[in-house]
Design a protein around this ligand. Structure first.
Ligand code: BDR
Ligand code: CA
Length: 320
């Protein structure tokens, strides 16, 4: 089996870290590079965290490219430099992983994305799990990008659930103009993984015990990181099942190796960029009222057991 190539665009970040480990270690995946964007934390911190994670699981060979340090258009809102108190609450100051000895690449995220897709001879799936600033900037630099990228899997948006406001999910709210451009760009195959889906794939304290017992760097790091997420969620954003938390970004990577892990519907999605109370909302045409063509496979549901088993199976092998 030829591993599926992918590029992850991250704002690492606790759940981004688990996504990186899964992408770096699963034998069916070939992580070509990681691009980093402002979001959970200032972009320099996200880059440092990304390098730490890759080093920790023995994948220092994966190049890391830093990207946007602020939203595409907005200069003072929502998150010019990380997401402040909320970012630290869910993602800490830095990850509980030893310091890195290496550096980011010299090229920027946009340069890497544009050059890689221009030169690609095999399909490379793009998996953005932060604000969509880097992807929108790459589209501006290379308008053909939408036809060069065969598949995009995005963590973003919510229908029943908002997390940063009642109406909006963080990655879309963090740069609504960028998100609107990406969803309107005409990528041929987009999967949008909503909070509605990630809040179904909840990871528990007992799952953390299982991951820690693997004794591998990835298993133990994921256990510690997810425990931190559960502690935070218990305090600030309780899940329907006590002692659990979503690990949003890793679910997008899991979908690449197990397509049955998400339940999707093909629908039209646009992003609100002007609303007073609804800024950054993904407006999903579930009842087909708009007359607009579907532009995404939208994930509303996920299989928690398959997700946790996939993490445990993958991280059991790491460090061998
Ligand atoms: C998303 O926002 C970030 O805080 C997480 O890393 C995830 O990508 C969830 O709303
Ligand atoms: Ca993220």
């Amino acid at each position: 089996m030829i591993p599926r190539k992918l590029i992850l665009d991250v704002d690492t970040g606790t759940d981004d870290a688990v996504a990186i480990m899964l992408a770096a270690l699963h034998p069916a995946l070939d992580l070509v590079g990681v691009t980093v964007v402002n979001g959970n934390l200032p972009v320099e911190t996200c880059t440092d965290n990304t390098l730490r994670v890759l080093d920790h699981v023995g994948r220092s060979d994966v190049p890391v490219f830093e990207g946007a340090d602020r939203p595409l258009v907005r200069t003072d809102f929502p998150i010019p430099r990380g997401s402040g108190e909320q970012g630290a609450r869910y993602h800490g100051e830095t990850l509980p992983i030893p310091a890195t000895r290496r550096r980011k690449e010299r090229s920027t995220a946009v340069e890497f994305l544009v050059e890689t897709y221009r030169a690609a001879t095999e399909p490379i799936t793009l998996v953005p799990v932060g604000t969509l600033t880097n992807i929108a900037a790459a589209l501006a630099a290379e308008p053909r990008l939408a036809s060069l990228v065969p598949e995009v899997v995005i963590m973003g948006g919510g229908h029943e659930i908002g997390n940063v406001t009642p109406a909006a999910e963080f990655n879309i709210w963090g740069d609504p103009e960028a998100a609107a451009r990406v969803l309107g760009a005409g990528f041929p195959k987009v999967t949008l993984v909503l909070l509605d889906a990630t809040h179904k794939a909840l990871v528990s304290y007992s799952d953390c015990e299982r991951l820690a017992a693997l004794g591998t760097p990835a298993g133990m790091a994921t256990s510690e990181i997810v425990r931190f997420r559960i502690d935070t969620h218990e305090k600030w954003q309780k899940m329907p099942i006590a002692g659990t938390a979503p690990v949003h970004d890793a679910l997008c990577v899991a979908f690449l190796v197990d397509r049955g892990i998400l339940a999707t519907r093909r629908l039209n999605v646009v992003v609100e960029t002007a609303g007073t109370y609804t800024l950054g909302r993904t407006v999903i045409d579930v009842h087909r009222r708009s007359g607009r063509e579907p532009n995404a496979d939208v994930a509303f549901d996920a299989d928690a057991r398959r997700f946790v088993d996939l993490l445990a199976e993958t991280f059991a092998r790491s460090g061998e």
